[in-house]
Design a protein around this ligand. Structure first.
Ligand code: SAM
Length: 468
């Protein structure tokens, strides 16, 4: 029996009226697990129940041990709560062909990886996380997702005032009191208090005010929380509309989605309750910025980033798909970044603390190319250039754990290892053994001893993209 805080219950009784009983019951019902597949990677149809609000979202019948699934490490899907996939509805509403997008509170990367899949080609996505350790997790997830048009920064929201009017879309998935997670994570109840909800509301206003100057004229800000507290939701949206000139964004939502529409100073807001939707509690609203915005003037000069020489570019060209990418030198490494966005990268680099950009393709040691792990799992790799070896599930897990084991290679040198044809990393065949190119810091650390033979096959049957 989950015991809810008294003052939370009293507030919810007022908000929900005679629906409160159903809401209370739903806190004890089973959680729906869901994933979003990577449209740039998946091969074939997905045989799962779709999430209505998201073209790439699916529910799972049961929760597998994702760590044991090589396709999870390959960035073929992301485990994400289904209510938050609603972001897609706002993004699809935008007509502009090329977008500059900021995901301000981005770790661990649910919305960021979703945005990667939604944005039109030639768009740029800046994913920011203020806490450095979380920015590292965000980078890992984005590297696995594999898109080259992404920058990860580690900045306080106020730093974005250095990029006035720069972004067409800003997503603020704000840190909140987490009431919508009480069912999935009852420990959130222990962290909840009235005083903390008030602090959250204040912090959210500061975040909104700090990032607002970075939004372009007519740009869209999408705000969301995973809480029910009106002070962190509608009241913040009303406050924003008093503090600046905005227009609400109204979506045509089918009734059978059972999302509750509320209003904050004429701005439509969307509430997700677990007794109505097959997901967790969530709130979201979007506004369009009105009034004049003096945007950053872009210089017409060429990018100042150190580009690879013609010879270096030629050396890498066969390893990459023929895309409009430029290679930039960063210390010993080469990064691939969309050519049409190099100038923007210059501007961002001058304003923010960047922790990741584009796709690291590798380095040149003496005269040999050493491919980076990021390239293997990226969407820009030319897989046909490399000898490859498709591993069994057991072998893939051993590789991802960086265990010592033998593989039967046909070719010397760098081999692309795959699981069911999805790249999972590199191994350099050096005769009687191989060098494992999987990043040490990402390796599977859990003990997998009990998951062998039949037990592993049973577990694999629960994997989202299994073929068993
Ligand atoms: N958008 C993420 C996703 O979809 O995976 C989840 C974001 S989580 C709800 C909120 C994030 O805001 C956390 O990663 C947290 O570290 C960050 N955060 C905490 N305090 C912050 C602040 N003062 N300013 C900006 N971000 C903050």
């Amino acid at each position: 029996m989950i015991l809810l805080p008294e003052s939370f219950e009293s507030r919810m009784k007022v908000v929900l009226g005679n629906e409160f009983h159903q809401f209370r019951e739903s806190i004890h019902s089973t959680v729906n697990y869901s994933v979003r597949v990577n449209p740039n990677k998946i091969k074939g149809a997905v045989n799962l129940t779709p999430v209505k609000t998201c073209s790439t979202g699916y529910y799972l019948d049961q929760r597998p041990i994702f760590t044991l699934d090589p396709l999870f490490h390959a960035g073929a899907y992301y485990v994400q709560e289904s209510s938050s996939m609603f972001l897609e509805q706002f993004i699809c509403h935008v007509q502009k062909k090329t977008l500059r997008v900021l995901d301000l509170c981005a770790a661990p990367g649910g919305k960021s990886t979703h945005l990667c899949s939604l944005l039109p080609p030639d768009s740029l996505l800046v994913c920011n996380e203020v806490i450095h350790s979380r920015a590292m997790i965000l980078s890992e997830n984005l590297k696995k997702w594999g898109n080259p048009n992404v920058v990860v920064s580690c900045n306080d929201p106020r730093d974005f005032s250095r990029l006035p009017g720069f972004f067409d879309i800003i997503v603020v998935d704000a840190p909140c009191s987490g009431e919508g997670l009480f069912r999935r994570d009852p420990s959130a109840i222990d962290e909840w208090s009235d005083s903390n909800t008030a602090l959250c509301a204040q912090r959210q206003r500061r975040i909104l005010a700090d990032v607002w100057p970075a939004l372009a004229e007519d740009g869209m800000l999408v705000y969301s929380t995973c809480t029910y507290n009106p002070a962190e939701n509608e009241e913040n949206i009303s406050w924003l509309s008093e503090f600046t000139e905005v227009e609400g964004i109204e979506l045509a939502i089918p009734e059978n989605w059972r999302i509750v529409t509320t209003e904050a100073s004429d701005i439509p807001c969307y509430r997700f309750y677990p007794h109505n939707v097959p997901g967790e509690g969530y709130f979201t609203a979007a506004v369009q910025k009105k009034g004049r915005v003096d945007a950053e003037k872009r210089s017409k000069e060429k990018s100042v980033l150190p580009l690879a020489s013609k010879a270096e570019q030629l050396a890498w060209s066969d390893l990459l798909q023929q895309l409009p990418l430029s290679l930039v030198k960063f210390e010993e490494n080469f990064l691939a970044f969309p050519t049409n966005q190099l100038q923007l990268l210059d501007l961002i680099k001058a304003a923010l603390r960047i922790v990741h950009a584009g796709v690291k393709v590798g380095e040149i040691k003496q005269t040999s190319l050493v491919p980076a792990h990021e390239l293997a799992v990226s969407t820009i790799i030319n897989t046909s250039h490399f000898p490859s070896l498709d591993l069994s599930l057991e072998q893939s897990i051993s590789f991802l754990k960086r265990d010592d084991f033998r593989l039967d290679f046909q070719d010397q040198g760098w081999n692309l290892l795959t699981y069911r044809d999805y790249p999972i990393g590199w191994a350099k065949n050096i005769g009687n053994r191989f060098n494992n190119g999987y990043p040490k810091e990402w390796r599977i650390r859990m003990s997998t001893n009990e998951y062998t033979g039949e037990r592993l096959i049973d577990e694999a049957k629960k994997f989202p993209l299994n073929e068993l």
